[in-house]
Design a protein around this ligand. Sequence first.
Ligand SMILES: Nc1ncnc2c1ncn2[C@@H]1O[C@H](COP(=O)(O)OP(=O)(O)O)[C@@H](O)[C@H]1O
Ligand SMILES: [Mg+2]
Length: 344
Amino acid sequence: MGIANKDGEDPLPGEQPKVAVVYNLKKNVKSDVPDAEAEYDSIGTVKGICAALKRAGASTVMVDAAPDLVAHLMRAKVDLVFNIAEGAGGRGREAEVPAMLEMAGIPYTGSDPTTLCIALDKALTKRLLKTYRVRTPGYIVCSGADAKLDGVKYPVIVKPDAEGSSKGISDVSVAENEGELRAALEKNLAAYGGEMLVEEYIHGREFTVGVLGNGGDAKVFEPMEIVYKKKTQGDYCVYSYNVKQDYTKFVDYVCPAALNPSETRSMKQTALKIYNALRCRDFARMDFRMSPEGKIYFIEINPLPGLAPGYSDYPMLAEFCGVGYDALITAIYSAAAKRCGLVR
Ligand SMILES: Nc1ncnc2c1ncn2[C@@H]1O[C@H](COP(=O)(O)OP(=O)(O)O)[C@@H](O)[C@H]1O
Ligand SMILES: [Mg+2]
């Protein structure tokens, strides 16, 4: 791992790139909402990333994302930021750190503010991808429990429009009729505010697909299936916050998924199309459902997927595909460094 100096010369022998891992940690603040900090990282993840970068030859610093972030990074003279910060709040929260880094001219891993903002808004992403003819379940967006619900085809799943990590997707998120839907809307709007996505529930198998790299170097990992051992809610299977917390009880992970070659090809092609349509960079993970008739539906994309070793889906599927944690972190770093012209 080497970084060319400002004149584009090869790195000096023994010179180490200095990488800052920037994050928002779980603070264990008490909240009425059990999954309030679901998106934030634990210190174990930050240390895991630092250890992997160190083993690859970088020197690392750990920096909590705060308003004085840029001053801190300038003082530390970092070559590149490895960004996993989920942001403090608001619809554009995942773009907070990348926007600060853009302003300061500091290179960083992962997608730019525009991609991160679009992807965090599930309905906006669906609308955009429809113009690329990507199949996605029918939906409406509701900002009140008294919303007009004409034409809704039940069952539907109710989820906050701008959350991740299954935040707001409780064990009672599927509604079979208007009464259940209004109750779910009321409960979720009270807990999370914002807008709720009411989306046609797709029965069938669930998959997640990871992409790594840029342009011609982009690699699509084999689809990983989330195989449910039992129903999680009534007649339905939902990879909810509680299921993720207690995953050994509810799901098996199978990668490569048992799909025929044409299904695999189609899912991987769709994943790459979405990655490129949203101008994702370096890495991303996206979720799909496959209906019993074999139609592939896009559910959502995570351009900043969790990287918790031994827990998050992205490192898990990479590992299944022969790319261990250290190699994955190094590859994300290298993709960004190459894209930014820091290495050849
Ligand atoms: N339209 C849908 N049909 C069936 N299941 C869904 C649908 N949307 C979401 N789910 C279930 O809910 C889970 C979480 O939804 P997702 O949109 O991926 O949100 P998150 O950002 O929290 O991961 C999915 O992994 C899937 O199990
Ligand atoms: Mg998801």
